[in-house]
Design a protein. Structure first.
Length: 96
């Protein structure tokens, strides 16, 4: 996960997004955190907790190294079940 996020932040062409899925069946899980973007242009961060009416997006992640640190920290906290990352960003509900 850290390597994929590093490659995304370094604008390597082989990585355009990173998704961390929560659940026993990654192909069909409705719980995840994901990001897309670049260290140059900035990042979009999303998470979903079940149904589509619980799908949120944040596009205010910082640019450059700070943005990469914020993303990595959010993914690590998500992985460990720590929800502190939810209060670090301004989230908007995505409409279907």
């Amino acid at each position: 996960m850290r390597d994929a996020l590093r490659r995304l932040c370094d604008d390597q062409e082989d990585v355009s997004f990173v998704i961390l899925v929560d659940g026993p069946d990654p192909e069909h899980s409705e719980y995840f955190i994901q990001t897309a973007g670049s260290g140059t242009d900035g990042f979009v961060l999303e998470y979903r907790e079940g149904s589509w009416d619980q799908h949120y997006q944040c596009d205010t992640v910082s640019l450059g190294q700070r943005g990469c640190w914020e993303l990595t920290n959010a993914f690590i906290n998500y992985l460990h079940g720590n929800n502190d990352w939810k209060t670090r960003f301004k989230w908007e509900l995505l409409s279907c």
